[in-house]
Ligand binder design. Structure first.
Ligand code: HEC
Length: 136
């Protein structure tokens, strides 16, 4: 009996170790699709100065979940250094979710002008510029 208990316990430990790595590669929630007019937007903030500012903002506001190098947190945050995934995303899609968030119950909150964070559209685009450099 004691033995069974022990193996059950180690099974549980193994299971809880294995689960996060299964989810690490993909976001945990469905991500809203940005409306069409966003999908075709061009990023207006792509100068070297924008990139530098975007890096600063990203490292301060976003890296705790998305990772300093875009590696994610193993807990559902989008992995910005995943080339295959990022190739599918338009700049406008990234901008839209950064601005509006991913719906009410989502971990990803909106950071745009209307949000509690009140970041300007300019800053959001600067972060998109930086995020694009994280792809490996
Ligand atoms: C508290 C953790 C957390 C923080 C902080 C955070 N994010 Fe997110 N982000 C997430 C999660 C989790 C998702 C996946 C969608 C979801 O589950 O809400 C996501 C999704 C996204 C997406 C969607 C990408 C796509 O595939 O469409 C973008 C863009 C994004 N985040 C940008 C940012 C930016 C820019 C910042 C900083 C201003 C930031 N995030 C800060 C957790 C976070």
């Amino acid at each position: 009996m004691r033995r069974l208990y022990k193996s059950l316990l180690s099974g549980l430990v193994l299971f809880s170790l294995a689960v996060p790595s299964v989810y690490a590669a993909t976001p945990e929630y469905t991500i809203e699709e940005a409306p069409g007019e966003y999908q075709s937007m061009e990023n207006p903030q792509t100068s070297a100065a924008d990139l530098k500012r975007g890096e600063y903002l990203y490292q301060n506001k976003c890296s705790e979940c998305h990772g300093e190098e875009g590696e994610g947190d193993g807990d559902g945050a989008v992995i910005f250094n995943d080339k295959a995934y990022m190739t599918e995303r338009t700049d406008g899609q990234l901008f839209y979710i950064a601005m509006e968030g991913n719906g009410e119950d989502a971990e990803m909150e909106g950071y745009g002008p209307e949000s509690d964070y009140g970041m300007s559209e300019k800053k959001l685009w600067q972060m998109v510029t930086y995020i694009r450099t994280l792809v490996k």
